[in-house]
Design a protein around this ligand. Sequence first.
Ligand code: SAH
Ligand code: AVI
Length: 349
Amino acid sequence: MQRRPTERARRGVLPKPTSPRTATLVSLDAETAALRELREMLLRSPRELPCKYLYDDAGSALFEEITRLPEYFPTRTERALLESRASAIVESAGGSKLTDIVELGSGAASKTVALLDAALAAGGRPKYVAVDISAHALQRTREILTEARPEIPVEHVLADYTKPLQLPWRPAGGRRLVLFLGGTIGNEEDASAIKLLSRVREHMEPDDLLLLGANLVTDPAGIHLAYNDPRGVTAAFNRNLLLHVNAVAKSKFDPAAFDHHAPYVVQHRRIEMWLIAREAMTVDLGRIGGRLALGRGEGIRTEISRRFTRDEVLRLVDASGFTPERWIESPEGRFGLAMGLARASLRGV
Ligand code: SAH
Ligand code: AVI
């Protein structure tokens, strides 16, 4: 729950603005909002930190390394699906009429090349718009696409997709395909997933298409291994989140004092990624305000990564304003792609 600005000011929790501003402006300040979100999540039970902090420069590079691990199957499973079904997907999205492909949380976007190729083969020349919170990831997108497909214009939007989005206009009469791949939707609970996808829907016209990639419920042992690789790359990715929080908040978390813990929780059908305090400690929270006392073995949850059934994915798509049109599943049933057609909005009726 968010406290009201007046209460916050009284408690002296957040840094004072450097110049006089109205309460409204203060509450809109991105830095203040970020510190407030960190504080609010650390105060939750269980304690949490937002998973978007996994993706500073080092974290984005570590994630790319994860995608190449033999244990981490989602990326290569989805890549194989996209490569084998690219032309059918592009055809459903308008073929040569497709004018822009927008990707949320694009990361290195290496998988997207198959779709761009299919669009070119269909006679289109779409623009590619990459939306990501990580400047490093956007830079990698540019490097990979400029090298692989120099003829495709690339635009970048550095943004947090959990907040209201500004996307470039799509040309009148064109078609937009929005991609949300990698199973990243599984890093959100239902309510925030629907909020996020509904917001994206507002940037689309009826007949535009959403392509949503989701991890499916499979064997717990295989899922567990994907998040507990023996080389410890996922552990480094998890601990690095604390360095990112330290950089933003001037807090003093010591990543080496925490263990990576990532069980697959069968009841909730999700990996939960935690950082567990190896000893009792008190952490100076810097600009978040105050100190955080953690007992030995106490944890901070840094990510959930959900596995879905086909029906659950289609329900999410439907609840966000899209009519489910097509379902594509990997041969071993580990990953699914849902295509949803943007429904005409009922607003104003
Ligand atoms: N789609 C890519 C990358 C997945 S990793 C793939 O499938 O391999 C998740 C990506 O989403 C990262 O690049 C990360 O920086 C981005 N991301 C995470 N949270 C975000 C947020 N709140 N807003 C925008 N981008 C976000
Ligand atoms: C980006 N996201 C879909 C990844 C996942 O599998 O949930 C992030 C990740 N976390 C640990 N390993 C990879």
